[in-house]
Design a protein around this ligand. Structure first.
Ligand code: GTP
Ligand code: MG
Length: 187
């Protein structure tokens, strides 16, 4: 999971696995390390959900950008597969998100865009903002709310699709902080 600080990455991981694994906070900059969560769904091969620190938090745009570039470069050099790019649905047109998307695409990372916190939008905003995001990111966008659970089953389906793509060139390194978990299977 990649996204701006405070966009809801850790909350989305917790909502997807229905367990409070990742620490969340109302203050940006909570997640400072890459945290790997090994997910085993019934009938599916295991995979890692990776909670990366958010970009755009450190004061001074350039410094924040350099930090993201360095971390992203290190991480995606060995994990070339696919990622979810989380964008706050209230702010569909931020330069920082467009830059991150362009960077990932340039580096050969398959990027699926997820619109977070859709519970905060009116119906009119939903149409407008989601439409704008699909145009900007040239493809379908998954609309989710970690708070209400909206869109999570559809996102699992999307994740399964991303995982069917050819595997990354190198296996993930042994994570420094990881937990093995079993999210509930579909009811
Ligand atoms: P960093 O670790 O700082 O990069 O942030 P993060 O992207 O992991 O965000 P986090 O999950 O910690 O959530 C940030 C804030 O947004 C918290 O106050 C969450 O409660 C809130 N939040 C996350 N998801 C949702 C959502 O779906 N709806 C609403 N209304 N609030 C949300
Ligand atoms: Mg976080």
């Amino acid at each position: 999971m990649v996204g701006r600080s405070n966009v809801g990455k850790s909350s989305l991981i917790n909502a997807l696995v229905r367990q409070p694994l990742a620490r969340t906070s109302a203050a940006p900059g909570k997640t400072r390390l890459a945290n790997f969560y090994r997910v085993q769904r019934a009938g599916h091969p295991p995979f890692y959900l990776v909670d990366l620190p958010g970009y755009g938090y450190a004061r001074g745009g350039e410094a924040a950008r350099a930090t993201f570039d360095q971390l992203a470069a290190e991480y995606f050099a060995s994990h070339r597969g696919a990622t979810l790019l989380l964008v706050d649905s209230r702010h569909p047109a931020l330069d920082a998100d467009a830059r991150a998307w362009a960077w990932l695409v340039d580096h050969g990372v398959t990027c699926h865009v997820v619109a977070t916190k859709v519970d905060k939008l009116t119906q009119a905003e939903r149409r407008r903002h989601l439409g704008e995001m699909e145009r900007r990111y040239s493809g379908p966008v998954s609309a989710v709310s970690a708070h209400t659970g909206e869109g999570l089953e559809a996102l699992w389906t999307q994740i399964a699709r991303l995982l069917e793509q050819p595997p990354p060139t190198a296996p993930p390194p042994p994570p420094s902080r990881s937990r093995s978990i079993s999210p509930p299977s579909k009811s």
